[in-house]
Design a binder for this molecule. Structure first.
Ligand SMILES: [Zn+2]
Length: 398
């Protein structure tokens, strides 16, 4: 196994953890990583931003950070490999104060730490540093640091695939353990429904009103009774669903006062499955439930309320064949660092969902994230170091 400078790798991770960069605001962390790449020996002219942010439908400070490193040594003309990770952290990470405690990095602030995904950022910069400083033989490599992963995989979704058309396979670092070889992930819809009832005085003439809240209650009862709620197992298919925010007009509450029949409710939810048709079926079950619920809440003249249901696919499910070259290479590299590959699929979306959609078969590994998106988040430095070793093994192995 190749020796790598683990102290330098940990220093990089600590350096990246203190720079804020919540989703959509990746400007500063991109700059810091650019500086770290230059001090690792990457020529400034090979570091650039793409224009994905001009297509992302939300304000985003910068495009994805893209770095092309020419091949070297005996593998100089081998097919190009992509190493990727995401730059952004969840908003809960703002203000993190990372400190090292033995083989862990923990947080002194009451925030999330941001190991998701500064561990991945430090792995990629360490890879560049080791390849250059040890003058290792490797194929041409593209490093891709995506923006806005946490808010919906937007950087990966809106990159320009033509800029990556010579890439043969991809390796994404975004997870817990370096032995995890993640070859598939769920697909998901996000949906929202506007429920329109009719306001009336809740004490004087409640029968003249139509409660949008009661329409929602009927729909949710129906969803649960028919097996479409939470963890879903139906006809051998699996999926999940949830209702998240419930609110009113202009980001206000659902319902304005206790003495007014609630005339409007806005509900947001999601559907997930590894089966591309099944998550659509879940979304349709919700749509039907709202439509049916309307008929159960009528005013004094027997009139129902109305609804407007919209959904969009957030990302598509994928599963790479265990016989694919990218999986074989992943398994060899995990074995090369002295570990046993654990092939699995993920129940959350990954940037890899979009890379596969862009025709780049991409396997995802972990590099030490733990208890992500919580104030208990910490980094396991044993897994982080293994992640760095793994990246070097992938780039230098055959
Ligand atoms: Zn992540």
């Amino acid at each position: 196994m190749l020796k790598i400078d683990t102290q330098a790798a940990i220093d990089r991770l600590l350096r990246f953890l203190v720079v804020p960069g919540i989703t959509g605001k990746e400007g500063n962390i991109a700059k810091e990583i650019g500086e770290a790449l230059k001090s690792a020996g990457v020529p400034p002219k090979s570091i650039r931003h793409d224009d994905a942010n001009t297509r992302i439908p939300m304000p985003t400070q910068t495009g994805n950070l893209v770095v092309n490193i020419p091949g070297a040594g005996a593998l100089a003309n081998a097919p190009r490999q992509l190493f990727m990770t995401h730059l952004d952290t969840v908003p809960l990470c703002a203000g993190a104060k990372p400190v090292r405690k033995g083989k862990k990095i923990v947080n002194e602030a009451e925030t999330a730490l941001g190991g998701d995904n500064r561990t991945g950022c430090a792995v990629l910069v360490t890879l560049a540093a080791e390849l250059i400083q040890q003058k290792l033989s490797h194929p041409p490599i593209t490093l891709l640091f995506t923006v806005r992963e946490e808010s919906g995989l937007f950087g990966a979704r809106f990159l320009n695939p033509a800029e990556f058309d010579d890439v043969s396979m991809g390796f994404n670092f975004d997870g817990r353990s370096a032995d995890d070889v993640i070859i598939g992930a769920v697909g998901a819809d996000r949906w929202e429904v506007e429920l329109y009832g009719k306001a009336s005085h809740a004490g004087v003439a409640p029968e003249r009103g139509i409660s949008a809240m009661m329409i929602l209650a009927h729909a949710m009862t129906d969803i649960q009774a028919n097996g479409w709620w939470g963890k879903i197992l139906k006809d051998g298919k699996e999926g999940s669903s949830n209702i998240g925010p419930v609110g009113g007009k202009n980001d206000g509450t659902a319902g304005d006062a206790t003495n007014v029949v609630t005339d409007f409710v806005l509900v947001k939810g999601e559907s997930r499955s590894h089966d591309a048709r099944f998550f659509k079926a879940i979304t349709n079950a919700y749509k039907d439930a709202f439509s049916t619920a309307l008929k159960k809440v009528l005013d004094h003249e027997g009139k129902p309320g109305k609804y407007k249901f919209t959904s969009r696919t957030d990302y598509y499910p994928f599963k790479i064949s265990e016989k694919a070259a990218v999986v074989a290479k992943a398994n060899r590299a995990v074995a090369a660092i002295g570990r046993t590959p654990n092939i699995r699929v993920a129940n959350g979306g990954l940037d890899a969902n979009w890379m596969v959609k862009h025709n780049i078969p991409t396997v995802t590994f972990g590099a030490g994230q733990n208890d992500i998106h919580t104030v208990k988040e910490w980094v396991d430095l044993v897994e982080f170091e293994a992640g760095c070793q793994l990246a070097v093994a992938l780039a230098t192995g055959t």
